[in-house]
Design a binder for this molecule. Structure first.
Ligand code: 13P
Length: 334
């Protein structure tokens, strides 16, 4: 795969005013979300839910790509149209989550490392044939009194770099996601420092593994005070801290950065992105790759009646896509 093709895909993922919808929950995670709204987690309900999301009218106006789970990449609409065809017909690039989740990091209580490198080359080859053009891998960095350790940061950065190099070899754009988790009683400065060390380590590893940054997208977490710290940071403070850490760690050759929502409210996720873009221009487009902050309102509506409420739920999906698309331009109005 040529770097030009990878770069073209990466640039399309962060096209002006567009972002990504993350709907790549594993079966265990979507079960938790369905349990929360009283929907049974069957394969058919998962399919119907993802069909509702992906067939939202005009979604491609504000959504450039969607990250799917393995099962979803192989599914079709009720009428028999493969989801990948539905997406590409609407200008939405199919993406795939390829990590196998987090596992306890031996010797480091409370810390985790993401697994999934074994057999990854063959899986990527198949995903490309199925239509995927980018792939996501999520590393998790927890903050506590004793964490993160340098070992945890390095182990995760190393895995991210190996996955990213394999993706590029197989023609998929890696979306590298080192998520610094919001949970904890740490202050915003601690989150800043941990994010800084994590991103430094990540870009060092990507360099060591010959990953081409022009064909790579960063999925970043925002710099926030811990959820149980009792601290409140203003929208402007979060935006300024996040921009500062990104500018000091992320090379300008990267085609774009997208954010995860991480448990922020829908409103905050949009407001933070908008504030960052209002402070632009920046070396890279800043957009979104939200899961919960794109879906939660729609999931609640859909769950009330999974047949009759499809249209209403889709209106909510579209509204979230439009608001976040405006925030990606710094043009959102609360
Ligand atoms: P949230 O936006 O819900 O954090 O999910 C994004 C994601 O893909 C996490 O890996």
């Amino acid at each position: 795969m040529s770097i030009e093709q990878l770069a073209e895909t990466a640039q399309a993922m962060v096209a002006a005013g567009k972002g990504i919808i993350a709907i790549d929950e594993s079966n265990a995670t979507i079960k938790k979300r369905f349990d929360g709204v009283g929907v049974e987690c069957t394969e058919e309900n998962r399919r119907a839910y993802r069909e509702m999301l992906l067939s939202t009218p005009n979604l491609g106006e504000h959504i450039s790509g969607a990250i799917l789970f393995d099962e979803t990449l192989r599914q079709s609409t009720k009428a028999g149209v493969p989801f990948t065809k539905l997406m590409t017909d609407n200008g939405i690039i199919p993406g795939i989550k390829v990590d196998k989740g987090t596992h306890a990091l031996a010797g480091f209580p409370g810390e985790v490392v993401t697994e999934g490198l074994d057999g990854l080359r063959a899986r990527l080859e198949e995903y490309y044939k199925l239509g995927a053009r980018f792939a996501k891998w999520r590393a998790v960095i927890n903050i506590s009194d004793d964490a993160p350790s340098g070992t945890c940061i390095e182990a995760n950065a190393h895995a991210l770099a190996r996955y990213a190099a394999l993706c590029q070899e197989q023609g998929l754009v890696p979306m590298v996601e080192p998520e610094v988790i919001m949970d904890g009683n740490h202050d915003i400065d601690t989150c800043f420092e941990v994010t800084e060390v994590t991103l430094r380590s990540l870009f060092g590893s990507l360099y060591e593994h010959n990953v081409m940054l022009e064909g790579t997208i960063l999925k970043a977490s925002m710099v926030l005070p811990g959820t149980t710290s009792g601290d409140k940071a203003s929208i402007e403070e979060v935006a300024a801290a996040t921009l500062q850490v990104l500018k000091s760690t992320v090379p300008a050759t990267l085609p774009g950065i997208v954010f995860l929502s991480g448990g922020q409210s829908d409103q905050d996720a949009t407001a933070h992105l908008d504030a960052m873009n209002k402070a632009g221009p920046h070396p890279w487009p800043l957009s979104f790759s939200y899961g919960r902050a794109m879906q939660s309102a729609a999931l609640k509506l859909w769950a009330q009646d999974i047949v009759a409420n499809v249209g209403k739920a889709q209106e909510t999906v579209f509204a979230r896509a439009r608001d976040n698309g405006l925030a990606a331009l710094g043009q959102w109005k609360a």
